[in-house]
Structures are given as structure tokens and as C-alpha cells.
Design a protein around this ligand. Sequence first.
Ligand code: ZN
Length: 149
Amino acid sequence: MSDLRDLYQEVILDHNKKPRNHGKLDDANRELEGYNPLCGDRLTIYLRVEDGVVQAVRFEGSGCAISTASTSMMTEAVKGKSEADVRALFDRFHALVTDKAASGSEDDLGKLRVFAGVSEFPIRVKCATLAWHTLIAALEGQEKLVTTE
Ligand code: ZN
């Protein structure tokens, strides 16, 4: 178990150090800012959505390692997915980090399972889910700042 935990930690540290899809998306058609006042995580999600499918997603911002890694991995996980699939994936992810029994196959989460350890640190749940809340709100057409409070 501790080996697995080390591996998880490595993945998170790697994404924190080298965030994927970091930087502005020039042809974005949605853009939304999210803020977690508890930790100070602040990010902007850029999306290009066509026919209900996330064609491209990038982000800017600064936050703790958990929030940066979670945002980075989220951008990889949702690209090419429909809005409904993104929502279903977030439900699974949220269940994982809050340690609630998730329905469906664990495999659906893929690499996102590295965040399972977050459930032991309730204050970190908002760090791990900020990007997701912001993404879902952007998909719903919200234009106002998303905060976790
Ligand atoms: Zn944080």
C-alpha cells in the first residue's frame, strides 16, 4: 500500500511540476475563473466546446500541488468527451475524493485514481475539485467567478 501511495504521490508531483495543457487557449469559446479561498487556489479554465463535445481545454493559474495536478490531469481526462460524459466522470471523481462508494467501474477513472488519498484530508477535497467545479460551470454557460465557499 505504501508503494502505491508513493507512486500516486509521484504522479501528482510530476503534474504539479510540469502541468499539461497549461497556458491560454486562443480559440476558446468558454472561459471561467475558479477560486478556493480556503487554500488560495486560483485558476482560469479555457474551453472550446463544439456540438456538446470538449474539443480543447487549457488552464492558467496558481495553486497548491493538489489543485495544479488535479487541473492538469482533468484537462487530459476530459478532452474529446461529451458534456454528459464529463459530468459522469466528475461524479465518480467526487465520490473518490470524498470516499463515498462510487457506482460503476473503477477503471473509468484511470489515472485520476491517484487522488484517492485526498479523501483522508477533507480540507484538500476543495483543492482537488476546484477545476472540476469550474469546468462544469463553464459547460453550463456560467460566466461569474466560481468559488468553493
Ligand atoms: Zn489547494
